[in-house]
Design a binder for this molecule. Sequence first.
Ligand code: NAD
Length: 288
Amino acid sequence: MHATATARIIDGVAVSAKIRADCKGRVERLARRGIKPGLAVVLVGSDPASAVYVRNKERACSDVGIRSFRHDFSADVDPETLVATIERLNADPGVDGILVQLPLPPHLSVARVLRTISAEKDVDGFHLYNVGGLVVGDTVFPPCTPYGVVKLLEHEGIRVEGQNVVVVGASNIVGKPMALMLMQRDATVCICHAKTRDLAQFTILADILVVAAGKPNLILPQMVKTGAVVIDVGINRLADGRLVGDVDFEGVRRKASSITPVPGGVGPMTVTMLLVNTITSAERRQAE
Ligand code: NAD
């Protein structure tokens, strides 16, 4: 009977390791031409989660041979100072990618900061030029988290074309670009969000369910079609310190065909795709 079946666990750490090995090869090829890719990492304020993310990104860079340049600012930094720093990094030939860690303190305009980053160095893929590229299916820097999900699906041999995909979450960073990237790959895509009425009536139709809402246990087994692929992007810290996604992992794994764990699923892929985008930028600039 189906009741005892459990899903294949998609190992984001293992897929990441394969892609990072490929990154090392690309960095070595660039080194033979005298080029060392560089990523500028801008951190504003002292949010502990942001500090952890930035440290992880720096460590990942050094593991594959990318130089990283850290620019720290206090939470009350003057917007003009921040913009001037980004403009300097735009002009710096040693910098291939510029990453401004989000969120920013409320007195800073995220839109202005992201617009200031040169589209040529926008390795997070948030500049309007790159967002537009995503809409028409022609982008150089796909945003790292949805790009990581696409790569996970590819590595697992999961077909996207013609599949019903439901994306829960419609943020500019995850949900919307995720939906566009899967639509570009000929999936039939439905986007749900906090105002969606009766979420389950949509999620139950999904052959591939991608969840990026930031709500523990939002997706329960009865909301998932038997045999669905479930990708959990959510990262939530519970009161007892545990890190969980948005999906009831233990329940849903008995119904899905494949599922990503949290941690160890999408998270490692996000950082890996940042490395990929930074190397791509260096290769493009070298080819100019
Ligand atoms: P966000 O808060 O900007 O957006 C959340 C989206 O989910 C919104 O569109 C909102 O309408 C929707 N939503 C919220 N509650 C909902 C509900 N009850 N039902 C349906 N939809 C609901 O968040 P984000 O930046 O897109 O991140 C989403 C989650 O993914 C967070 O947990 C975040 O920590 C995580 N995240 C993980 C990675 C990674 O690398 N794994 C990267 C980025 C974000």
